[in-house]
Design a protein around this ligand. Structure first.
Ligand code: M6R
Length: 610
């Protein structure tokens, strides 16, 4: 993880560009930060533990002038979060920032110590500064010493380095961790991600794995690690600057929850056929999948939960068997794959290391691959044979909300496309499903009107230490997702279970101190069975919150402590509806508890380490 940023150009802008870039990259890590600014043969470094706002305060007191600089916001891997371990790391004339893990760290450190280099931090990253400095000490050029250093380190990383010995150059490496270069007139930017620099330029070069760039203010020289010259195209990116502002909301998470009618609409837009009875996907033609016998869906966290819903939809509507795996487990599970397997990888960011590694493994084994992602030009979108984009817009809150609902919409669309092409669903059924699909934005809008009701529930339930979420069928993954939302932003322990599984063990946890939240739209499969589970919980004095369709629980009110009623909808789109109150509940409980909602402790938005 971690965010890196760099600038070469105007003497007056460097400090401001770096600090602004870091604050835009804070979603990648936020336990410490730092920057180094070079003015000819002098380097000024400041760092501190805590948020980028702490660094900004510290930087205000420093002059920090120069035409070249690098900055970093950290998510600790090697070594605790403190000022010494914060980047940049310096060795003699060289300073570096690093995102990733150096796997052969111990061996390199021992060699460097033997050569007389002293380590001041507990990080693996400091190695890079010493390696480059040792090359410079041996009279190598900056470019050659950086290249030799990068060749020695093993593991995914992105690095930016500067040296007083060649103060007009910024050297960057991309090796399985993202880096982009932004182009300006007589100035250049580098960053882990576009939001860091989009307010400065939309002219972007995406580096590829193994690329090393030597950047001067008026030229860029890109090579591989053997020194062979490479050409990378400039791309004009469009980005809505408003998505980086809270737009009147207290937190990005709440803004993003409220953006869901729009993001749903944008994801559906352009995919309904002209006669409004069918679905068309620009990026895939169903015949490309006619030989597919099995699908494997992979993701992490919230994206994994989307896969669990996707499995049920695809199997129901197209009868193609689907396996789901956690991306970090897949690669090491000796998967059974051949060219009749389609591997679907789901990732909001398109950069999650566990998922991108799983994708590469699937390709190596000969599978066809399809990405469902929110970020164009991301690693996962570039590596996949086919891509369907969720049009959620930039998601900044660490807790994923609008990305999830748009992933579910894409799965629903894909299931219908596959089902129709295989003749599993009739024209009439497809046409009815299209109606359900187009009803989603308005449905979400209506559910958002429950916000005041959810606030009341948050007041009542915020002091409990344990929660259980229960669902069946399509709403079992929503139980997992509802529990994940609550855990990650309010730090309350929560478990999601398949409602029928409760009686096989977890029911032992239930008493009057454990709220149990049922997710049970009344047209769902096994609704009567879930009512049975409801009675079982009440018989053990559990506190019951029941999320169902309007009037769905009229006959069972005696078992329910609190009711959340959402408008009725087609069962297959119900997960898109039922998750919205759970997102709001997690948000309002976290707000009462005063946690850092957009940047919860120990987490980062994009997880680029395995
Ligand atoms: O960018 P990705 O969808 O690949 O991210 C996967 C997970 O890291 C992510 O969904 C994570 O679980 C979120 N914090 C959940 O809110």
């Amino acid at each position: 993880m971690c965010g890196i940023v760099g600038y070469i150009g105007d003497y007056r802008k460097t400090k401001q560009v770096l600090l602004e870039g870091l604050s835009r990259l804070e979603y990648r890590g936020y336990d410490s930060s730092g920057l180094a600014v070079l003015d000819n043969n002098q380097t000024s470094v400041i760092k501190c533990k805590g948020k980028v706002s702490d660094l900004q305060k510290k930087a205000r007191k420093e002059k920090l002038e120069g035409q070249l600089g690098i900055g970093h916001t950290r998510w600790a891997t090697h070594g605790i979060a403190n000022e010494v371990n914060a980047h940049p790391h310096t060795s003699g004339s060289t300073s570096v920032v690093h995102n990733g893990i150096i796997e052969n760290y111990a061996e390199l450190k021992a060699q460097l110590q033997k050569s007389g280099f002293e380590f001041v931090s507990d990080t693996d990253s400091e190695i890079l500064a010493h390696l480059i400095e040792s090359g410079l000490a041996a009279a190598m050029s900056f470019e050659d010493s950086a290249r030799e250093a990068f060749k020695k380190v093993e593991g995914a990383c992105a690095v930016a380095a500067v040296t007083q010995k060649e103060p007009g150059k910024l050297i960057v490496l991309r090796n399985f961790s993202p880096v982009v270069i932004g182009l300006g007139e007589n100035e250049k930017y580098i960053a882990s991600d576009i939001p860091a620099i989009i307010s400065r330029t939309n002219r972007i070069i995406y580096l590829q794995d193994g690329d090393m760039a030597v950047i001067e203010k008026d030229q860029i020289h890109i090579t591989d690690l053997e020194g062979n010259r490479l050409q990378r195209e400039e791309v004009l990116v469009s980005s809505d600057p408003a998505s980086f502002e809270k737009g009147g909301f207290k937190h990005f998470m709440l803004k993003e929850i409220y953006e869901q009618p729009r993001s749903a609409l944008d994801t559906i837009r352009g995919k309904i056929s002209a006669d409004h009875r069918g679905i068309e996907l620009e990026s895939i033609k169903p015949r490309q999948f006619s030989k597919i016998k099995k699908i494997i869906a992979l993701g992490c966290g919230t994206s994994y939960h989307a896969c669990l819903v996707g499995k049920q939809l695809i199997e129901d509507l197209s009868r193609i068997p689907v396996e789901v795996n956690i991306a970090s487990e897949f690669r090491y599970s000796n998967p059974i794959i051949d060219k009749s397997t389609l591997v679907i990888v789901v990732s909001q960011s398109g950069e999650t290391a566990d998922t991108s590694e799983a994708l590469l493994e699937a390709k190596r084994l000969g599978a066809k691959t399809l990405a469902i992602t929110n970020v164009e030009n991301s690693k996962i979108s570039r590596e996949s044979d086919h891509v369907i984009y969720t049009s959620a817009g930039t998601e900044i809150g660490v807790a994923s909300t609008k990305a999830f609902t748009t992933q579910l919409i894409v799965f629903y669309i894909l299931s219908n496309v596959l089902g129709a092409s295989k003749g599993v669903i009739s024209e009439a059924a497809l046409s009815a499903n299209v109606k359900s699909l187009v009803s989603i934005p308005l449905l979400i809008e209506k559910i958002l009107k429950l916000d005041d009701r959810i606030k009341e529930l948050a007041q009542k339930y915020n002091s409990f230490n344990n929660f259980i979420f229960l669902g069946r069928g399509l709403n079992f993954p929503i139980a997992l997702e509802g529990a994940l939302k609550l855990k990650e932003i309010s730090y309350i322990h929560a478990e999601g279970y398949a409602a029928g599984e409760m009686k096989h063990g977890p029911i032992a946890l239930v008493d009057e101190n454990v709220p149990v939240l049922f997710i049970a739209p009344n047209n769902g499969i096994n609704f009567q069975k879930i009512v049975g589970n409801l009675r079982e919980i009440k018989a053990r004095n559990g506190l019951v919150i029941f999320l169902t369709s309007e009037n769905g629980a009229d006959e069972y009110k005696e078992y329910i402590d609190d009711l959340i009623e959402i408008p009725g909808c087609d069962y297959n789109i119900s997960p898109i509806a039922t998750i919205i109150p759970l997102q709001l509940l997690a948000y309002h409980i976290a707000r009462i508890k005063g946690t850092d909602i957009d940047q919860p402790r120990n987490l980062a938005k994009v997880v680029t380490v395995e």
